[in-house]
Write a protein that binds this ligand. Structure first.
Ligand SMILES: *Cc1c(COP(=O)(O)O)cnc(C)c1O
Length: 362
């Protein structure tokens, strides 16, 4: 007799570890470990969420009509090609499930988001990485790793955990260099934080090609990670595939209502963007002034580098300021910490913690 076994690949998965959220015995922690949006969710989104309580017995709209219409209006899209999901994670997983399996390769950059290999393995496909240059996506390196078996190429832009970005022209060059049967999946979870005019989240490619999908989320600038709400913009045939395999009520009524309200609250969105525009460089400058290296970031977090072996000391000093940050050793970056941009008070505590670490190290 043998015990039941899952399909090949599944037991090779290391379960995803999110950022820590607690420090034992410490109240008012600054949770800067998951890039959740310094100012939280829009007050209008919170009100819409609460209003749903009266309707908890009703199934949600399985087609997310109002939310897709609101997304289409806000971002200038064809609503019929927008698909919503329980976080963009769900949609990323569905894409891999639909297009890659045993014998296929899922390709992504060296420091790419941990969910790409996880979903590849979950579907029996083989994750393959391409080296990055200066912690930045390298299009030529990706192209050189393409094989007959490549089915999907994932690129997060800006990327996590590095925070770096590549311009729209580089993403276009990547698309042109890939065979037409390979899906280019552009994960634009942090796109709203980018203000450079050579950047694009990938809308045009998702619009004009039949093999490029753009993923977006309400978990970052919209500060609604708890609700699990993401979406993608896909060519019609791929949107159709998503709609065949997703569960019929994959997005809760609360998430749909809060999502619509969040999109309408453009003033709060602008406040969040302005906050990040001010405090990201403030944090970077103050950390660099302590003699630490910071990777230039286009998102709402910074990757900070420490002398070899110093990460535990820095983390402990930050913990004394009740600040929780993210280790990134699992990404192959054992001497770095990823720190989300927080509120003013939280950011000042980051600098206080790192100053104390530096004084201790001196
Ligand atoms: C946070 C994040 C996501 C998605 O988050 P969801 O909460 O599932 O929408 C996707 N990709 C990257 C790179 C992220 O950092």
């Amino acid at each position: 007799m043998t015990a039941p076994l899952p399909r090949p690949g599944i037991l090779d998965i290391k379960p995803y570890q999110g950022g820590r959220s607690k420090l034992d015995g410490v109240a008012h922690v600054a949770k800067l470990s998951s890039n959740e949006g310094a100012l939280g969710a829009s007050p209008r989104a919170k009100a819409a969420y609460q209003a749903i309580a009266a309707e908890l017995h009703r199934y949600p709209d399985g087609g997310c009509e109002a939310l897709r219409a609101a997304l289409a209006k806000r971002f200038g899209l064809d609503a019929s090609r927008v698909v919503c999901g329980a976080g963009s994670d769900e949609l990323i997983g569905l894409l891999v499930h639909a297009y890659a399996g045993p014998g296929d390769e899922v390709l992504y950059p060296e420091y790419g988001f941990a969910m790409y290999p996880l979903y590849a393995r979950a579907n029996g496909a083989t994750p393959v990485t391409a080296p990055e240059t200066d912690l930045t996506v390298d299009v030529d390196a990706i192209l050189s790793k393409v094989t007959d078996k490549t089915r999907i190429v994932f690129v997060a832009n800006p990327s996590n955990p590095t925070g770096t970005m590549i311009p729209a022209s580089e993403i276009e060059r990547l698309r042109k260099g890939l065979r037409p049967d390979i899906i280019l999946a552009i994960d634009s979870a942090y796109s709203e934080f980018v203000t450079r005019n050579d950047y694009s989240p990938g809308t045009e490619l998702a619009e004009s090609t039949d093999n490029t999908v753009m993923f977006r989320t309400f978990s970052k600038i919209f500060g609604m990670g708890a609700l699990r709400l993401g979406w993608c913009y896909a060519p019609a045939a791929i949107a159709d595939v998503f709609n065949r395999i997703r569960s019929p009520f994959n997005v809760s009524a609360a998430a749909q209502a809060a999502g619509v309200a969040a999109l309408e609250d453009t003033a709060f969105f602008e406040l969040c963007l302005a906050h990040n525009q001010m405090w990201r460089p403030w944090l970077a400058e103050n950390i660099e002034a302590l003699g630490l290296k910071v990777t230039p970031s286009f998102a709402n977090f910074l990757l900070v580098h420490f002398p070899a072996g110093d990460v535990p000391k820095a983390e402990a000093a930050l913990a004394r300021q009740a600040v929780i940050v993210r280790q990134v050793a699992s990404y192959g970056l054992p001497n770095a910490l990823r720190i989300s941009v927080g509120t003013e008070d939280e950011n000042r505590r980051v600098i206080a913690g790192l100053t104390e670490y530096k004084e201790g190290a001196a």
